[in-house]
Design a protein around this ligand. Structure first.
Ligand code: ASP
Length: 601
């Protein structure tokens, strides 16, 4: 080794020893006669001191060295003079008095300020010079955290008899609801591999193979339209087990997460065992299937109550099959009108036409009705006293609170109020940041109707089993069938999802039929799976956890790009190596590919 110690390990115990360190020049201060160099490696910082009495060659090297030069320093460890210790640094009690400095490699002035604490560096610059960005201690810490999480998972599962098994990257379409990335085959003209959207079918085949407990830290590829904080390739903990039901998988994963939080010394978990919420309940109370339970503010539903209201906006919405639901903004009854206008604009982004609002400024009369002066609203004049007190009761609002209502079709109401609840949570500082709130969401619908394509499609993926009691209505009432599926949610983010699978080929056939797949299509796409199911497929199920999202949540960073060494931009490009990029005509020829004219050219 070119070093005897790391830059993070020397302490008082080493005083008097001659050591050799190697790393990057983090900072350099020249006090005329006395030069201080903070030498950095992955493990920390050590102060190197070059006195005016140092040998000329040492002085020369110390004065030449600039930020990010690679240096090797030999010297004697000395205690820092009293009053000069740095308690914020693991090596803050000592310094190394340089006897020799070798410049191993000079460096150009980096385009990124590596030693600065500031974080407002343009992200495209960070991505272009990712190798410099990763030198920043913050990024290094994120990668260490990620490593620790993955290592923990491997150990936890290995100790429970799971086998880590690699599955191919060059494969065939494995539908998870996204578009495939395809790779042209040179050896098989006009044919393509698809990169796996997940190892779903392979892990099920491993169950048929008798592996019983499988996992993989698996790279998945999904060619989805650009959405903030999505990556075209991402990493999952992919897992499958035989002879289990949904509660077994949930118990295993819950136990793993709880231990993981302990290992990471993370914030306390809000509730153990994790609350289990049905999909229907999550949609009703939170407008989303991944509720953030770190605060209350549940949505309330007054559709029934206002279905015959004189207020046409409410009545018409319900008549058209829609809903009238709301959320309370605590303490905002007398807030500035500007705030209400802002929130109205806010919900319009999610398709709502507007917000109806009622500020409860005073108490009700003895008969429970609210006198006009106890209300601040533009809609109460259209409502009966019973409707008004009914809405206030349903909302749970107290004097001083503001009630906000949306009337629209269910999907718009859900989207608007889900986002509005979070916005109020942020504005009113209601989100409890001192805890981690996990929950399970269960009983998802098996199928959803795709209005554009006029057909049913799988909510999760087409290998998910219906609940036992629901199979009989698969053909007659597909929309009402619930799945043996479960998601695990952390602070309002879906960090994992899975299901118990179909393991009988007759049931799998029926589901494909309801999905409108023709015999030949089924045979071409899934023939291998249906065939395998005829050779003794055990009951099985599994789950996948998003390693990127999970790490980002523990690192408390807002983007998964912060925990991926070499992520792509939101537009799916790699700015460092410049990908994607054209290939040569010779390559295209070998691949039997002729390019079409670009659209618009
Ligand atoms: N393959 C699924 C996914 O990627 C996870 C699972 O069902 O195990 O979401």
């Amino acid at each position: 080794m070119l070093k005897t110690h790391t830059c993070g390990e020397l302490s008082r115990q080493n005083v008097g020893q001659t050591v050799t360190l190697a790393g990057w020049l983090h900072r350099r201060r020249d006090h005329g006669g006395l030069i201080f160099i903070d030498l950095r490696d992955r493990f920390g910082l050590t102060q190197v001191t070059v006195g005016s009495d140092a040998a000329p060659a040492v002085l020369e090297a110390a004065s030449q060295a600039r930020s990010e030069y690679v240096l090797q320093v030999t010297g004697v460890v000395q205690a820092r003079p009293a009053g000069f210790e740095n308690p914020n640094l693991s090596t803050g009690e000592i310094e190394v008095i340089a006897d020799n400095i070798v410049i191993l490699n000079p460096a150009k002035t980096p385009p990124i300020y590596i030693s600065g604490a500031t974080d407002d560096i343009d992200e495209s610059l960070r991505l272009k010079y990712r190798y410099l960005d990763i030198r920043r201690p913050r990024m290094t810490q994120n990668l260490i955290l990620r490593h620790n999480i993955v290592r923990f998972i491997r150990e936890f599962l290995s100790a429970r008899n799971f086998l880590e098994i690699e599955t191919p990257i060059l494969l065939k379409s494995t539908p998870e609801g996204a578009r495939d990335f395809v790779v042209p085959s040179r050896l098989h003209p006009h044919e393509f591999y698809a990169l796996p959207q997940s190892p779903q079918q392979l892990k099920q085949l491993l169950m048929v193979a008798g592996i019983e407990r499988y996992f993989q830290i698996a790279r998945c590829f999904r060619d989805e339209d650009l959405r903030a904080d999505r990556q075209p390739e991402f990493t999952q903990l992919d897992l499958e087990m035989s002879f289990v039901d949904a509660s077994d998988i949930r118990a295993l994963i819950e136990g793993m997460i709880i231990e993981l939080c302990g290992m990471l010394k993370a914030k306390p978990i809000q509730k153990v065992p994790f609350p289990v919420i049905t999909y229907a309940e999550a949609m009703e109370k939170y407008g989303i299937d991944r509720p953030d339970l770190r605060f209350g503010l549940q949505l309330f539903n007054v559709s029934q109550l206002v279905s015959t209201s004189g207020f046409a906006v409410f009545k018409n919405a319900v008549e058209a099959g829609g809903q009238v639901k709301g959320v309370v903004y605590p303490g905002a009854a007398n807030g500035p009108r500007r705030d209400i206008d802002e929130l109205t604009e806010f919900v319009k982004q999610y398709g709502a036409k507007g917000l109806a609002w009622i500020g409860v400024t005073g108490a009700p009369a003895a008969d429970g009705t609210y006198p006009a002066e106890a209300l601040r609203s533009q809609v109460t004049k259209f409502l009966t006293p019973e409707e008004i007190s009914g809405i206030i009761t349903a909302s749970g609002a107290q004097v001083g609170d503001l009630i906000l209502l949306v009337a629209d079709k269910p999907s718009v109401v859900a989207q608007s109020l889900y986002n509005l609840r979070l916005e109020i949570g942020r504005r009113a500082n209601l989100i409890d940041n001192s805890v981690l709130a996990f929950c399970w969401v269960v009983d998802f619908p098996l199928l959803e109707y795709n209005d554009e394509e006029k057909r049913w499609q799988a909510v999760h993926h087409p290998f998910t089993s219906a609940r036992d009691q629901d199979w009989e209505k698969l053909e007659s009432d597909p929309g009402s069938v619930l799945a043996k599926a479960y998601d695990v949610v952390m602070n309002g983010w879906e960090v994992g999802g899975g299901s118990i699978r179909i393991h009988r080929s007759d049931l799998q056939d029926r589901l494909f039929a309801v999905l409108g797949l023709k015999r030949e299509e089924v045979q071409a796409q899934f023939g291998h799976l249906l065939e395998a199911f005829q050779y003794g497929a055990p009951p099985h199920g599994g789950i996948a956890l998003g390693i990127d999202r999970l790490t980002a949540l523990f690192a408390e960073v807002t983007s998964i790009r912060e925990v991926i060494a070499f992520p792509k931009t939101a537009a799916g490009t790699d700015l460092m190596v410049d990908a994607p990029s054209p290939v040569t005509e010779a390559q295209l020829q070998e691949l039997h590919i002729a390019l079409r004219q670009r659209k618009g050219k």
